[in-house]
Design a protein around this ligand. Structure first.
Ligand SMILES: Nc1ncnc2c1ncn2[C@@H]1O[C@H](COP(=O)(O)OP(=O)(O)OP(=O)(O)O)[C@@H](O)[C@H]1O
Ligand SMILES: [Mg+2]
Length: 384
């Protein structure tokens, strides 16, 4: 029996959970991780410790794999090109991945294919930020580094060109990375339309979810998005499927959206890998985003994306000041037998995503309360 080897670049929690999803299929999993302590490196048996920014390391790693896929979008584009030139199967491929690596490239492509986005353009200096503001609704303006951001790091809300200068342009370390300016969208909420697409061109769309951010970090995801107009939900799914097709994405594609008061949806950003807004699928969908990502990169038929319960709520567990999370399991599990805890094996540091919980049921208010309670209790912000 020969089972394929999936090579995962990056040792974070997404890699850990993708590995978990491949186990029942007997898929062999090989990991390239920065350190042996990384979330996935703790649980995968076949681990190479090395730097994904080094082409020789990537090449040596890829040699033993049938397909390469990713836990993050930070592998240099030229390295992806070199791997593809070597004949390595890279999924999603370099051409697709460019759009998730660089917010400037992503915006240009979405404009070209007629996908609605916030008003935006690349800005060169603080005076240019003021001009951008004057071209539209004025300040505040959202500024983003086009590359390297995550969890809101790399996103600034500025109220003046002076503030832009202080917060970004005067600081070291941004040299060379272009800055994208965007209108501050006055959204009613944030949604995500997640799909999975295979090289065959088969695609599945998950129900559109609501994602609630706190301080720029995803806090809660509600599946499906409550009270979402079915017509709008259908449009969001079609939009995500169209983006997946136009960009030739393989694997999981998360399309982060803003819903506006007048019933429009604007694309915030794209992620071409399993995504926080899809964690609910582990316990709330027939086939999880991780299982479908594995299927997609191997070009297997995709699994059913439909929900198992009326409502599923995911709440992220952030590190608190109290490091002994395990001692909280007793109370959380006793309180909610439907609770599913997913911990990443990461050191508990304040504000860091160290795990998440999923729970489900028929009564949304009750399901939300149970998820928020468990996440808060694990973090130590709720004590009873
Ligand atoms: N143009 C905008 N108008 C209003 N709010 C915005 C805008 N762009 C971003 N935001 C807010 O900032 C959050 C983070 O922005 P974005 O998703 O671009 O950054 P990121 O750090 O790459 O994200 P992630 O946490 O998904 O990795 C968004 O979820 C949204 O709440
Ligand atoms: Mg985002």
């Amino acid at each position: 029996m020969t089972f394929p080897v999936v090579g995962m670049v990056g040792g974070g929690q997404l890699a850990r959970m993708t590995h978990e999803a491949g186990i029942p299929l007997g898929i062999k999993f090989k990991l390239l991780s920065d350190t042996p302590q990384d979330s996935a490196a703790q649980v995968v048996s076949d681990v190479v410790i090395g730097d994904y920014r080094d082409l020789d390391t990537l090449r040596a790693f890829a040699r033993g794999c049938d397909v390469i896929t990713f836990d993050h979008e930070h592998v240099p584009t030229e390295h992806l090109q070199a791997l593809e030139a070597d004949g390595i199967t890279v999924r999603p491929g370099r051409e697709a991945l460019r759009h998730a690596q660089d917010k400037g490239v992503m915006r240009a492509k979405l404009d070209a294919i007629g996908v609605p986005c916030p008003r935006h353009r690349i800005v060169s200096d603080p005076e240019d930020v003021a001009r951008f503001a004057a071209e539209g609704e004025g300040f505040p303006v959202v500024l983003k580094t086009v590359r390297g951001g995550y969890d809101g790091k790399g996103v600034w809300l500025v109220r003046s060109s002076e503030e832009a200068a202080e917060q970004l342009f005067d600081r070291r370390g941004l040299a060379g990375v272009p800055i994208l300016a965007e209108e501050k969208v006055d959204f009613v909420r944030e949604l995500a339309a997640n799909i999975v697409r295979s090289p065959h061109g088969q695609a599945v769309a998950y129900p559109v979810v609501e994602s609630v951010q706190v301080d720029g970090v995803c806090d809660t995801v509600i599946a499906p998005a409550p009270d979402l107009d079915p017509e709008l939900a259908g449009r969001a799914q079609e939009l995500a499927l169209r983006i997946g097709k136009e960009l030739d994405v393989v694997g999981h594609l998360a399309v982060e959206l803003f819903e506006t008061a007048d019933g429009r949806i604007l694309v915030n950003e794209l992620a071409m890998r399993p995504h926080n807004s899809g964690h609910w699928t582990q316990d709330g969908a027939v086939t999880s985003q991780f299982a479908n990502h594995v299927r997609a990169v191997l070009d297997l038929p995709l699994g059913d994306p439909r929900p198992r319960a009326r409502w599923t709520v995911m709440a992220n567990v952030l590190g608190g000041d109290y490091p002994d999370m395990y001692s909280a399991y007793l109370h959380c599990m006793a309180r909610d037998p439907q609770l599913k805890i997913h911990m990443y094996g990461k050191d508990v540091k304040p504000g860091r995503k160290v795990g998440h919980v999923n729970t489900y049921g028929d009564d949304l208010a009750d399901v939300r309360e149970r998820a928020a309670h468990a996440a808060g209790y694990l973090r130590g912000t709720i004590t009873e």
